[in-house]
Write a protein that binds this ligand. Sequence first.
Ligand SMILES: NC(=O)C1=CN([C@@H]2O[C@H](COP(=O)(O)OP(=O)(O)OC[C@H]3O[C@@H](n4cnc5c(N)ncnc54)[C@H](OP(=O)(O)O)[C@@H]3O)[C@@H](O)[C@H]2O)C=CC1
Ligand SMILES: O=C(CO)COP(=O)(O)O
Ligand SMILES: [Zn+2]
Length: 348
Amino acid sequence: MFDKSTWIRLPRNVVVGHGALDDLGAAVDELYLSGSPLIVTSPSPDDIVGDQVRSQLPSPETVIVAEAGFDQVQNVIDAAQSMDAGYIVGLGGGKPIDTAKMASDELDVGFVSVPTAASHDGIVSGRGSIPEGDTRHSVAAEPPLAVVADTEVIADAPWELTTAGCADIISNYTAVADWQLARRLKGVEYSEYGGALARMTAEMLVDNADLIRPGLEESAWIVVKALVSSGVAMSIAGSSRPASGAEHLFSHQLDRIAPGRALHGHQVGVGSIMTAYLHDGPDGMWQNIHAALDSLDAPTTAEDLGVTEGELLDALTSAHEIRDRYTVLGDGITEKAAREVAETTGVI
Ligand SMILES: NC(=O)C1=CN([C@@H]2O[C@H](COP(=O)(O)OP(=O)(O)OC[C@H]3O[C@@H](n4cnc5c(N)ncnc54)[C@H](OP(=O)(O)O)[C@@H]3O)[C@@H](O)[C@H]2O)C=CC1
Ligand SMILES: O=C(CO)COP(=O)(O)O
Ligand SMILES: [Zn+2]
């Protein structure tokens, strides 16, 4: 087996647009894969487009993923082995897509990504992010051979899924700042291209924020392109560093402390406001991040996220424990400092 950790692995076919789902069969045929696919999805995407996807693929089988987790990845591996799947299709939001890409990696079979929501930037990346007990693992996973994103389906998805994707991209500002800090203080390896692409993607999204409105297919198109770009940045870097810093540590910790209250993207957006403040102080980028999230109707407060002041402060003070990734949180901040940043930025 080759060591692929230094390879930049990117999709061959990225099909984005109105009715793109009708091209799924053709986009897959063009990959010269053999055998039948296992489709990994969750309840809503399966209801909405499951039949349309199945009708274009040879003798598919389907697994519905209830929750993210390694047990679900194992279920998918077992199902794929028992049908001798030729490749795996991830259909839906981040949960089924990450599960599918991790199972594909384990089995060494091709992976095709079919997002039904513009809710996260894992739709193109070769990274999987899965919770396990008190930690979250960000692991190398099979990057998609093809991505098929139908803007008609995505524009019809609940608006908050799109605003979550926007916030996930806006958080690249603080993720890159954390990565640069880790390079300066800890000698962490840094990719100029990965960092520049992630930051530029956030800037372009913020510049186009006025065009991103509910129900508009053009908005879905702008956000999906940005998510693709952010995923490519992660592939170039060979890690999630360009798109995941302290704001993601905060969000992952909130998933443990207050599970299921808010979407991933919304949590990282609020985290980004606070970690921007920690980077630059009162006059820095936190106000721009706050204004951009506000203009997109994305959450900016603990209340918007449905978490209490105590839960938010708990997550911020313990976020550094989630994984060994140096950020502006260093080896942890005090409750007094956490309260000050949350109050000054209006998060609590
Ligand atoms: N690997 C990576 O680089 C990255 C991974 N992630 C991971 O992705 C996950 C978050 O992704 P997210 O998409 O929020 O999670 P989910 O897959 O849980 O999707 C969120 C919700 O959207 C619903 N949904 C999806 N598509 C539609 C649609 N078209 N219409 C109506 N509802 C729809 C799902 O419904 P239902 O459950 O009923 O099916 C679910 O309730 C996290 O686990 C995160 O860590 C995030 C960023 C990057
Ligand atoms: O959510 C991600 C990038 O937006 C993935 O990052 P993690 O490695 O922190 O899970
Ligand atoms: Zn994210």
